[in-house]
Design a binder for this molecule. Structure first.
Ligand SMILES: NC(=O)c1ccc[n+]([C@@H]2O[C@H](COP(=O)([O-])OP(=O)(O)OC[C@H]3O[C@@H](n4cnc5c(N)ncnc54)[C@H](O)[C@@H]3O)[C@@H](O)[C@H]2O)c1
Length: 270
């Protein structure tokens, strides 16, 4: 799908990847709704002001908490009121919280609400309209952790696998009705989430993610996402080596698990 002339919604738009997606989609000629928590919306509003200077009435910021069904519904209502039918929805907001199985229950709930349930709540309000129109594009930001695993964070590994599973299910169920689905699965990206990853109580430590491979800039990721959407590819892998790791995993699960345990031991001792 070409983004020029399309109406696009990005959640988690005050952050690294989300903000870069907003800029890149707008540069492609889309109208953009940038959404984030009310506590962060000023950052998105500043970006929107700049975008509207370059092209009038082409972008709005909407505060919404996607960790609730109501937040997703009100975001979609506000976006449709601003620009009309939504063509592309980036379910990008995410949290990296929790480490072990003793992660507090409230953190487990937040991780599932933001990283998984937000995607299905958004889809619940988008898909009927898309099926009626015979088109619509759902782009889920999962993670390489959703295809492989996440050393050091059970909540992140579980919720990102669930996000990949939901994106697969959407594509299988509605692909023949015209719905396009992509699933973005990066490794390290230079954002506040990665930089905060070594804080106590945070999810995947920065050191683990940095050791896994090159850390990309959000703008590089956004460019790859736009190319993936143009090609209508399901898997968008800014780090292409993730496909090799996935093939190794599915080719010999036990060997892959042993390798992951070795990597974990190296991380703990290093
Ligand atoms: N940075 C990485 O290395 C990396 C790697 C793989 C996947 N990801 C994923 O990319 C996505 C974007 O993360 P990022 O790296 O840009 O980090 P980020 O922390 O800069 O951005 C995440 C954004 O999500 C928003 N958010 C959190 N909870 C929300 C809620 N309840 N409602 C609305 N917005 C909410 C935050 O306010 C923030 O602006 C996330 O889904 C993340 O899991 C990041």
């Amino acid at each position: 799908m070409e983004l020029a002339g399309k109406n696009v919604v990005v959640t988690g738009a005050a952050g690294g990847i989300g903000s870069a997606l907003v800029a890149r989609c707008h540069a492609e000629g889309a109208k953009v709704v940038a959404s984030d928590l009310a506590s962060n919306i000023a950052v998105a509003e500043a970006q929107i002001t700049r975008l509207n200077v370059s092209r009038g009435s082409s972008a709005v910021a909407v505060a919404a908490d996607v960790a609730t069904e109501r937040g997703n519904q009100s975001l979609i209502d506000a976006a449709e009121t601003a620009f009309g039918a939504i063509d592309v929805f980036f379910a990008n907001a995410g949290v990296a919280i929790g480490r072990d199985i003793d992660t507090p229950e409230t953190d487990w709930q937040t991780a599932f609400n933001v990283n998984v349930h937000a995607h299905r709540w958004a889809a619940k309000y988008l898909v009927p309209g898309w099926v009626a129109r015979g088109e619509g594009y759902f782009c889920s930001t999962a993670s390489a952790a959703g295809l492989l695993s996440q050393i050091g964070s059970a909540p992140y590994a579980l919720t990102k696998h669930a996000a990949v599973a939901f994106a697969e299910w959407l594509s299988i169920t509605y692909g023949d009705a015209g719905l396009k689905v992509s699933c973005l699965c990066p490794q390290g990206v230079n954002t506040a989430m990665l930089r905060g990853g070594d804080e106590p109580g945070a999810g995947p430590g920065s050191s683990v993610v940095r050791a896994a491979g090159k850390v990309l800039e959000p703008e590089e990721v956004a460019e790859i996402v736009v190319a993936g959407i143009r090609a209508e590819s399901f898997l968008i892998l800014p780090h292409p080596e993730v496909l090799t790791y996935l093939q190794r995993k599915t080719g010999d699960y036990d060997r892959w698990l042993a390798g992951m345990r070795k990597l974990q031991a190296r991380m703990l001792t290093g």
